[in-house]
Write a protein that binds this ligand. Structure first.
Ligand SMILES: [Zn+2]
Length: 293
């Protein structure tokens, strides 16, 4: 009996030789899709969080498809708790898609962000999201951020979970299991909104605690000599520092990803799964992890 199964196995390997190599192909353990329409532009902000299967051998590269009319905004990875920009080559056009080759040297979450135009007709907004890849995807998690003044939201498939309202914002989420390579995941979204307001402008602004200067107790004429001496010392020290640092000519460390936006402060990311957080969120809406300041 055992022999029979062995023969069957060998026969099937001969018939389907690709099976024998299937394990070497990269596969995506988790795909997070955040859809934030009219967030800081009158477009759809689409954000992917990608985590590879744990047994992936590194480095590896992943071909990510984004719509041909998308405006790629950022490619980053979560590394030791912070978001680092990842250098990439310009995406290559392939029919309705652009293919972005993501070189991955760490088993961590990679992020791809792009903007895509929505169909706007008066108050009506329509958007079709489409994901297609050459890799098996073990699970997909979708988060839709509803603009505060949006009404009549309709989606196909239905987004069944409505997260507790956070600072007046409503998030709709959807989770699905395995999506085989080559199969598409599609989400159609429509809603009404009779203004051009951007979500980011409705979020509370985090003001850094700079105290208002007490001008009354400070007399400029009394302090002027001190100030001039101070400025002179600063210039000399600064010049010396510049001279020594510039002379060393070392390569700059990877730039921390800080992107300031109008009114919304710096973009904040979950240190566990890399999902984008908004405003004053204390916990990640994707994985529930505590967000660091
Ligand atoms: Zn998270």
């Amino acid at each position: 009996m055992r022999k029979f199964f062995l023969l069957l196995l060998i026969a099937s390997l001969l018939i389907f030789p690709t099976l024998a190599f299937a394990q070497n192909e990269a596969s995506i353990k988790e795909l997070g899709v955040q859809l934030w329409p009219e967030y800081d532009r009158a477009d759809m902000l689409v954000m992917y969080s990608l985590a590879l299967a744990d047994n992936t051998s590194l480095p590896t590269s992943l071909n990510i498809r984004i719509p041909a009319d998308a405006k790629l905004n950022a490619v980053a990875k979560l590394s030791e708790g912070s978001m680092l920009t990842v250098p990439y080559d310009p995406p290559v056009r392939d029919g309705d898609w652009m293919v972005l080759t993501l070189v991955m040297d760490e088993l961590t979450t990679y992020r791809v962000e792009y903007y895509q135009a929505m169909e706007i007709d008066g108050a009506a907004r329509n958007f079709s999201f489409l994901w297609e890849s050459d890799y098996d995807t073990e699970s997909i998690y979708v988060e839709f951020q509803q603009p505060p003044s949006a009404t009549d939201l309709r989606t196909t498939p239905v987004l069944p979970n409505q997260n507790p309202v956070a600072e007046g914002m409503t998030y709709h989420t959807f989770a699905q299991g395995k999506l085989p390579a080559g199969e598409a995941f599609e989400l159609d979204i429509s809603y009404n909104k009779n203004n051009d307001d951007l979500t980011v402008s409705s979020m509370p602004v985090e003001v850094s605690g700079v105290p208002a200067s007490d001008t009354n107790s400070f007399s400029l004429s009394d302090s002027l000599p001190t100030i001039l001496v101070g400025v002179g010392v600063l210039l000399i020290v600064g010049g010396l520092l510049y001279f020594f640092l510039a002379g060393r000519g070392q390569t700059a460390p990877p730039r921390k990803r800080t992107r300031s936006k109008g009114g919304g402060g710096e973009a904040k990311y979950c240190h566990e799964c890399g999902s984008r957080a908004s405003g004053n969120d204390k916990f990640c809406r994707s994985c529930g992890g505590k967000l660091r300041g």
